[in-house]
Design a protein around this ligand. Structure first.
Ligand SMILES: C[S@@+](CC[C@H](N)C(=O)[O-])C[C@H]1O[C@@H](n2cnc3c(N)ncnc32)[C@H](O)[C@@H]1O
Length: 473
C-alpha cells in the first residue's frame, strides 16, 4: 500500500526529512482484516488520512504511518482496539547496521527534547515471533550508546520510554536467526485494548445468545466513525451490545427489536446456571453497568421491515447485527390478511409474502433505511452472513446512496463466514432510489443470501467439514 506522504527512505533505511513525520504502529495479531479499515476510519475521524511511504504488509504487526502530528497519533490511539501502541519513529532498518545508520541520520533537534539531563527514561525491547534472553536485550541497549541519552534511567516511572522493536516474521516454524526489520522509536500512546477485557460479555449484566463480542463491537463503532454527541441506531438491537461501544465513545444510542421479551429483559436467561432473566436484566442496566446510562435514548419494540421514523435524516451511524436465522429467528410482522394480499400483488411493492423475514429482504430494507435515515456522510456498519463456496463480491448488497467503504471477513466455520460491511451515505435519498437499483440484484440476492440458513444446517456443511478433517489426517 503506497500513500501520498512526502517522506522518502534514503539508502540504508535512513529517513529523509519531509513534511509528514513517521510513526510506527504496533498492531494486535487478531482480527487482521479489520485493522486497516479501523485505522483509516479513525484517521479520517481525526481529520487526517491513511498514508504510508512504505509498502505496508497487511498481516504484519508493524506499519509505518505518515501522519501530520503527534496529536493525531494520540487521537487515533484514544479509539483503536486493533493497535496496541504508537511510536514516533526515530530509525528503521533491515539489519542492526541499517537501524544505527538510520538513527544517526534522525535530526538531532527532534531527539534532544527527550534526552535532557533533567529527564528520566527507559528502553524497552519487543521482539515479535522470538523470545530474547536478558543478555541479548542488554546487548541491544548497549549498542545504542552512540545516542546522547543524558537523563537518568528510571524503570518504574520514566518520563520517556524508548522502544527497540524487532520483527522475526510471521512463521513460528521458521524463525530467522536475525530480525527481518528493526525499529527504534519514542513511545507516544497505547490503544484501547483494555476495553476488550473491561467490556467483556462474560461479565455483562444482560446478555443473549447473540450478544456481540466486545472487541468486534468496538471495531464496528470505529468502522462507523462514531463520535461524541452522534446519534447511533441499531435496528436489530437485541441486548444492546452494539449500543454499548458507541455510547463508550460518547454517542447517544437507541434501537429497535421485534422481540418483546428481549427489549423488556424477560423470558429465559442465556446464562447456563440461570433459568429466567432477573428483574433488572435489560439494555438500560447494561449501559448503567458501564456508567453510560446518560447516553441511552431508548429501545422500541418494532419490526425493522416497517420503519417507524419520520422522513428526515436522523442518525449519524447505523450499526447492527441482523438475524441470520441461526441462533435467532428471522421474523417480521404481518397478518394472515396482509400475507394473502401481498401474494395477490406480487413482489413489486415489496410486502412480505410470508412471516419469515428472508435474509435478502433484511439487507434490502436495511440499506434502504440507511439511505433514508442516515445523515450525509453517515455510516452503515453491519454483518452479512456468507456461504463461502458461493461468495463473490457481487452478492454484497448495493444502493445508489451508499458507497462501499470496507468488507472484512470473519470465519464462522470452514465453509461459512460473516462479512463486516461498512457503507457511507454519499447521496441524498429520493423516493425513486428505493427499489430500482435492487431489482436487478434481487435474484442474485435471493440465491446468495436466503440459502445461508439451509446451507449452514445442511448435510453439505457437515460433509465438507468431515472431508476437511479426513484430509488433515
Ligand atoms: C443477531 S441479534 C442482535 C444481537 C445484538 N447485537 C446484541 O448484542 O444482543 C438479531 C436481533 O434481531 C431481532 N430481530 C429479528 N427480526 C427482526 C425484525 N424483523 N425487526 C427487528 N428486530 C428483529 C432478534 O429478535 C434479535 O434480537
Amino acid at each position: 500500500m503506497r500513500g501520498g506522504a512526502e517522506h522518502s527512505m534514503g539508502s540504508g533505511g535512513a529517513m529523509a526529512r519531509g513534511p509528514l513525520p513517521c510513526y510506527l504502529l504496533l498492531l494486535a495479531q487478531e482480527n487482521l482484516e479489520f485493522r486497516l479499515p479501523e485505522i483509516k476510519s479513525l484517521l479520517s475521524l481525526c481529520g487526517g488520512q491513511f498514508s504510508s511511504q512504505q509498502e505496508i504488509c497487511i498481516n504484519s504487526p508493524f506499519w509505518i504511518l505518515n501522519i501530520p502530528s503527534e496529536e493525531m497519533a494520540r487521537g487515533l490511539m484514544k479509539r483503536t482496539v486493533c493497535a496496541k501502541s504508537i511510536f514516533e519513529l526515530w530509525g528503521h532498518g533491515k539489519s542492526a547496521e541499517e537501524l544505527y545508520t538510520s538513527l544517526k541520520n534522525y535530526p538531532m533537534e527532534k531527539m534532544v527534547p527527550y534526552l535532557q539531563s533533567n529527564s528520566t527514561y527507559k528502553i524497552h525491547i519487543h521482539a515479535f515471533n522470538k523470545t530474547l534472553t536478558q543478555e541479548e536485550k542488554i546487548k541491544r541497549i548497549d549498542a545504542l550508546e552512540f545516542l546522547p541519552f543524558e537523563g537518568k534511567v528510571n524503570l518504574k516511572n520514566p518520563e520517556h520510554i524508548f522502544w527497540i522493536l524487532e520483527d522475526y516474521g510471521m512463521d513460528p516454524n521458521n524463525i530467522p536467526e536475525e530480525p527481518l526489520d528493526l525499529y527504534f522509536g519514542r513511545w507516544i500512546a497505547d490503544g484501547q485494548r483494555e476495553l476488550i477485557e473491561s467490556y467483556s460479555v462474560k461479565r455483562r449484566h444482560f446478555i443473549g445468545n447473540t450478544s456481540m463480542d466486545a472487541c468486534l463491537s468496538f471495531i464496528m463503532a470505529n468502522h462507523g466513525r462514531v463520535k461524541a454527541n452522534d446519534v447511533v441506531f441499531d435496528p436489530f438491537v437485541g441486548t444492546g451490545g452494539l449500543l454499548i461501544s458507541s455510547a463508550r465513545f460518547g454517542a447517544y444510542v437507541c434501537g429497535t427489536d421485534i422481540d418483546y421479551n428481549t427489549v423488556h429483559g424477560l423470558g429465559k436467561a442465556s446464562r447456563k446456571n440461570q433459568k429466567w432473566r432477573g428483574p433488572d436484566e435489560n439494555i438500560r442496566a447494561n449501559l448503567r453497568q458501564y456508567g453510560l446510562e446518560k447516553y441511552y435514548l431508548d429501545a422500541l419494540i418494532s419490526d425493522a421491515s416497517k420503519p417507524i421514523w419520520r422522513k428526515e435524516m436522523l442518525f449519524d451511524a447505523i450499526i447492527t447485527d441482523p438475524p441470520y436465522g441461526i441462533r435467532e429467528a428471522t421474523r417480521r410482522t404481518g397478518s394472515q390478511k396482509e400475507i394473502l394480499k401481498a401474494t395477490e400483488r406480487g413482489t413489486e411493492n415489496h410486502i412480505s409474502i410470508s412471516s419469515n423475514y428472508h435474509l435478502s429482504d433484511i439487507f434490502f430494507d436495511l440499506l434502504n433505511s440507511a439511505a433514508e435515515y442516515l445523515v450525509m456522510g453517515g455510516r452503515l456498519v453491519y454483518w452479512l452472513p456468507v456461504y463461502k463456496p458461493e461468495y463473490t463480491e457481487e452478492i454484497i448488497p448495493r444502493h445508489p446512496c451508499l458507497k462501499l467503504i470496507s468488507n472484512c471477513e470473519q470465519m464462522l466455520s470452514s465453509h461459512t463466514s460473516r462479512r463486516l460491511i461498512t457503507m457511507e451515505k454519499v447521496k441524498e435519498f429520493e423516493d425513486n432510489d428505493q427499489y430500482s437499483h435492487l431489482l436487478d440484484y434481487q435474484s442474485l440476492l435471493y440465491k446468495g443470501h436466503n440459502a445461508f440458513r439451509e446451507k449452514y444446517f445442511s448435510g453439505v456443511t457437515k460433509r465438507i467439514a468431515k472431508e476437511e478433517k479426513d484430509n488433515q489426517k
